[in-house]
Design a protein around this ligand. Structure first.
Ligand SMILES: Nc1ncnc2c1ncn2[C@@H]1O[C@H](COP(=O)(O)OP(=O)(O)OP(=O)(O)O)[C@@H](O)[C@H]1O
Ligand SMILES: [Mg+2]
Length: 262
């Protein structure tokens, strides 16, 4: 049960174990309301309700095939729900026409397992290119300056001239993260971003996501990395067979050992 009290102009929610947290339900950055997505007769997501607040970091976990990537694709409007509503940064993604998808994508940074850097462009050019594609009015000089800032923020200020193949996997993922946040989107989504990295590097990348959330960008990370998720004690959304079976708020030690076997 959720109790609400109004304090001055801000609403607070009292969670199940009594913790109080700011509750800005009026304008979450992501809102799923009764979202079902089927691929033919296969139901990949079944009546999912969830909200992610600005600046919040949350992990999306669950066995293979549970629907994690489907949630991220719905947020990015790669696909539309069969039923229900998906709202992203105030935009009704479930209604959005293909011709207007760019408006939504400008507000959502995306990070993939395999980095997806352009192999013939340097780290700096990869970041700058994304910025200029998103906003054609940005000059080369401004794009360069802002891209350098983004590379510095991810700890790669001195590697801007390197080509992707000259960088380690972890460094390539940092470039991809710089590219995803260079336009300062309100939301970053990442699909299995540490799947190709060793555990030490995975920790560094997850720390970077924590920093990004602290800077004010909401971050949603789909991952199988149970050890990191359990130890970070951030919000964890658990999907099983397309249903959101658990929404564990930050600050709780997870009971997710069973996921390790998935
Ligand atoms: N294009 C598609 N056509 C048909 N079925 C699909 C398609 N994409 C996903 N599915 C099905 O939808 C379900 C959810 O898939 P999804 O990719 O969202 O799972 P996931 O949780 O991301 O899994 P993983 O951890 O393996 O990445 C699965 O049963 C999958 O087979
Ligand atoms: Mg997936």
């Amino acid at each position: 049960m959720r109790l609400e009290t109004r304090k001055a102009s801000q609403t607070f929610a009292l969670g199940p174990s009594g913790q109080v947290r700011p509750f800005a339900a009026e304008n979450p950055i992501v809102r799923f309301a009764g979202v079902t997505r089927a691929y033919g007769s296969r139901v990949a997501l079944d009546d999912v309700h969830l909200e992610l607040q600005p600046g919040e970091l949350a992990f999306l976990v669950g066995p293979s095939g549970a629907g994690k990537t489907t949630i991220l694709k719905l947020i990015n409007r790669e696909i539309r729900p069969t039923q229900g509503e998906v709202t992203v940064a105030g935009i009704a993604a479930h209604l959005l026409k293909g011709s207007r998808v760019a408006e939504l994508r400008r507000r959502v940074g995306v990070v993939f397992q395999d980095y997806k850097l352009l192999p013939r462009l340097t780290a700096l050019e990869n970041v700058a290119f994304a910025l200029q594609v998103a906003d054609l009015r940005i000059s080369d000089e401004e794009a360069r300056d802002r891209s350098l800032d983004a590379l510095e923020a991810v700890g790669l200020g001195d590697r801007g001239s390197a080509l992707p193949h000259q960088l380690s996997g972890g460094q390539q993922q940092r470039v991809a993260i710089a590219r995803a946040v260079v336009a300062k989107p309100p939301l970053l989504i990442a699909d299995e971003p540490t799947g190709n990295l060793d555990q030490q590097t995975a920790w560094e990348i997850m720390d970077l996501f924590s920093d990004i959330a602290a800077w004010g960008t909401a971050v949603l990370v789909a991952t199988h990395n149970v050890e990191i998720v359990t130890r970070l004690q951030r919000r964890v959304l658990t999907l099983v067979e397309g249903r959101l079976v658990r929404d564990q708020q930050a600050g709780h030690i997870g009971r997710m050992a069973w996921l390790a076997s998935s």
